[in-house]
Design a protein around this ligand. Sequence first.
Ligand code: CIR
Length: 256
Amino acid sequence: MFKNCIVRKPAKSMVEGITSAPELGKPDYELALKQHEQYVKALESCGVKVLVLEAMEDFPDSCFVEDVAICTDKCAVITNPGAASRNKEILGIEPAIREYFNDEDVHRITSPGTLDGGDVMMVGNHFYIGLSERTNMEGANQLIEHLGKYGKTGEAVPLFEVLHLKTALAYLENNHLIVGGEFITHPTFEKFNKIEITEDEAYACNCIWMNDTIIVPEGYPKTQKAIEDKGFKIITVDTSEYRKLDGGLSCLSLRF
Ligand code: CIR
């Protein structure tokens, strides 16, 4: 069960955030703020304490805190984000991380290793690490080494079509896995009880398991039904403004 979450308020500069989908338009900042508040309420309703960090105007993508640290039950790893404009976001997350973890249990990914937290999916004590445009093998190996000190394991998964591993995968505990796109037929994920997401609802792959409730983005009825049919309780949160920056529910928090 998760006890804590860390989030960061979106900055006004988010309108200049990185996007692969400029055709969706720029985010509406006021609406993004409201959606962020709803997101925090949804997390709190799942029984976790949420630390809300102030916006960092110098970093348009800094609300996507998932990418700057990996937090587990025993240790945290500050990442080395692969996008130049995001790399120094780590300076803003470290003090918050140190409020929860002992100094000796806070580790780092260092160059030439790069790693974005969005590429890391935790399944119990095993971690799948996507090799993407943001995360390289050196970064993945460093993470596996740090996790190994705590009896945890990891493996790298090359990806080709999506930004991050968790753009198209979400682990829902008890062996349930949401899968979309290139991962539907991927041999690494064959052993899971898969909930396959169709291309028209691909964005909804990015759900989060929060203490037996699944938070699902609003507006994806087929995905919602598929998850409900497995017996899960669902909350929906509208993340339309974050979608315009390739971001979703998991990207907006650290959960541990
Ligand atoms: C970026 O390209 O880095 C941001 N615009 C979106 C980050 C999304 N984060 C995530 O999937 N974990």
